[in-house]
Design a protein around this ligand. Structure first.
Ligand SMILES: [Zn+2]
Length: 333
């Protein structure tokens, strides 16, 4: 824990948000381990949070002090070539894309400065709790985006590799598309049980079973594969489990480069889509939560006060006690 000065409005499009609940994200660990090359050393991490607007610049129109808001992981101007096409992750503004908790101070803190607040903040509906909204700005936005770009059709079999927080959010968003069959492949027995318990209509398999199961499907593989695990061999598993002409969406953030063995893939005619969420669906996601169609609260397995953040990191990093997502509350108790 570190005392830093309270952030101030630097641009009239900024807002200052008092963080009420934030979370630890696997990419915070990637930053901690140095595998995010664009991360600024010494930055306050944390890019998934909810809070209360404390102060806004004169050019902020959509939120005002006192509003309860979900903070979007991405900062985007809304005006550039990429923003206009919905590719907000690639916003060309100097603050654009994933800036919070990576290149500018993030939300594992008491206050956070959010640039382009009109686009980076979404009001939380009154009947949606902070806990229900906590994952909207990043992990749930990622799952929603992954499902959206995967072009899922009703007669598809969708294979999701990895049932960590992102995989589980992806699963809920894939379910909104009503494909014929959903299969989740996960190495941890604890997480496989979690999926079976919460989503009984989903088939759950181990990585060892994945290839045989996929090739036994009547089209010789899954119609859509979403790779969320980012483990040693999961990229390989993803494209091998896909049927010819399938879409393989890679959401995972790997610690190491992956091999794309084109000679082996030749003739399979796969379409790859790769990750870096375009977090521009948060308002729609909040509406789905309000309507009871998405509920990520079972994913928040542990809550710690910010003062015990070291303990929280340890638990998250070592995957102790069945942890899926850790929430951090403001204050010391
Ligand atoms: Zn932009």
């Amino acid at each position: 824990m570190l005392e830093k000065p309270k952030p101030e409005i630097l641009d009239q499009k900024d807002a200052i948000v008092k963080v009420t609940l934030s979370s630890i994200y696997s990419s915070d660990l990637h930053i901690k381990h140095g595998s995010v090359s664009r991360a600024v050393p010494g930055i306050t991490v944390g890019h998934e949070m909810v809070g209360i607007v404390e102060q806004v610049g004169t050019e902020v129109n959509t939120v005002s002090p006192g509003d309860r808001v979900a903070v979007n992981v991405e900062t985007f101007c809304g005006e550039c070539f990429f923003c206009k096409r919905g590719y907000v992750n690639n916003c060309t503004d100097t603050n654009g894309g994933w800036a919070l908790g990576c290149r500018i101070d993030g939300g594992q803190a008491e206050y956070v400065r959010v640039p382009y607040a009109d686009r980076g903040l979404n009001k939380i509906p009154d009947n949606v709790s902070d806990e229900q909204a906590l994952l909207v700005g990043d992990v749930l936005a990622t799952g929603f985006w992954a499902a959206r770009i995967s072009e899922i059709k009703e007669d598809d079999t969708v294979l999701i590799i990895g049932a960590g927080p992102t995989g589980l959010c992806t699963l809920q968003c894939v379910m909104l598309n009503n494909p014929e069959k959903i299969i989740v492949c996960e190495a941890s027995s604890e997480r496989r049980e979690f999926v079976t318990h919460h989503y009984p209509s989903v088939q759950v398999i181990t990585p060892g079973e994945c290839l045989d199961m996929a090739t036994a499907l009547n089209r010789g593989g899954a119609d859509v594969v979403i790779e969320v695990a980012g483990a040693e061999n999961t990229f390989d598993l993803a494209w091998k489990s896909a049927r010819p002409n399938a879409i393989v969406t890679v959401v995972a953030l790997y610690d190491k480069p992956q091999v794309l063995p084109l000679p082996q893939m030749y003739g399979k005619n796969l379409t790859f889509k790769t990750g870096g969420v375009d977090g521009c669906d948060c308002a729609e996601i909040l509406k789905l939560i309000e309507a009871g169609k998405i509920d990520t609260t079972p994913l928040i397995t542990h809550t710690f006060p910010l003062s015990r953040i070291a303990e929280a990191y340890w638990l998250f990093e070592n995957k102790g006690d069945g942890v899926i997502k850790v929430a951090l509350t403001a204050g010391n108790s």
